[in-house]
Write a protein that binds this ligand. Structure first.
Ligand SMILES: *[C@@H]1O[C@H](CO)[C@@H](O)[C@H](O)[C@H]1NC(C)=O
Length: 221
């Protein structure tokens, strides 16, 4: 059931991107083989990339889809925080780098195909990690780890609050981690996806499998 809904989400995600004329790109053999391998100590053989620690991207900020595509070219995707351990590991890099904010792969289902009853209302039940297709617990879930949404934001309201929608009709459909921006610690915020930010990539097992199969001569590790 979980897998089925994940696959369904993936399908609607692709459909929405196609409609928007901005597509997800395919991984490239050389980029995958030569991708930088940051933080190999956190999970053996599963690598990350922190845009501010790499000379050429040190000062780069990208919108959410561009950041995803940079990751995907390298057989990665924007980072997905499925566990508190992984989240803490990423927060530590943000703290060490003194970075203001970053993009994650977190996304609200707000496009064609998102009218499924179990995703309603989207601001509570519609969140998922687009990098791994894992669902994000309901924001008001009362058991287990339900993420690190901030208790505050630009409007002083607990996150997610979709604040920009009330001002400009732009949905806040992507999850950024902000570093104490509202004196609230290193926390999750719903943010409109067109904003530009540094980013964190993480190996995508799906894209690595795809690339290893399609580019066997590239010797992708
Ligand atoms: C969470 O919010 C949804 C939608 O507003 C509501 O139906 C549900 O009862 C809430 N769950 C809890 C545990 O408060």
């Amino acid at each position: 059931m979980k897998l089925m809904s994940a696959v369904a989400l993936l399908v609607v995600a692709f459909a929405a991107l196609a409609t928007a004329q901005r597509q997800l790109i395919r991984p490239e053999a050389e980029a995958c083989a030569n991708r930088l391998k940051h933080a190999s100590t956190f999970r053996n053989g599963h690598y990350y990339f922190f845009s501010w620690t790499h000379g050429p991207t040190r000062d780069h900020e990208r919108d959410w889809l561009d950041a995803r595509n940079i990751c995907r070219k390298h057989c990665q995707d924007l980072v997905s925080l499925e566990t508190q351990d992984e989240a803490n590991f990423v927060y530590e890099q943000i703290r060490l780098g003194n970075v203001k904010y970053i993009w994650t792969s977190g996304r609200k289902c707000n496009f064609d195909g998102c009218d499924r009853p179990d995703l309603q209302p989207p601001i509570v039940n519609g969140w998922f990690w687009s990098g791994s297709s894992a669902r994000i617990p309901a924001t008001n879930s009362t058991f287990g780890w339900r993420g690190d949404w901030s208790h505050s934001g630009g409007g002083g309201a607990p996150q997610p609050d979709n604040r920009e929608f009330s001002e400009t009709r732009t949905d806040e459909a992507c999850i950024a981690i902000l570093n104490n921006f509202y004196n609230d610690g290193i926390k999750w915020h719903d943010v409109a996806c067109h904003h530009v930010k540094p980013w964190v990539c993480e190996d995508s097992e799906e894209l690595l499998t795809f690339a290893r199969f399609n580019f066997p001569q590239a010797n992708i590790q």
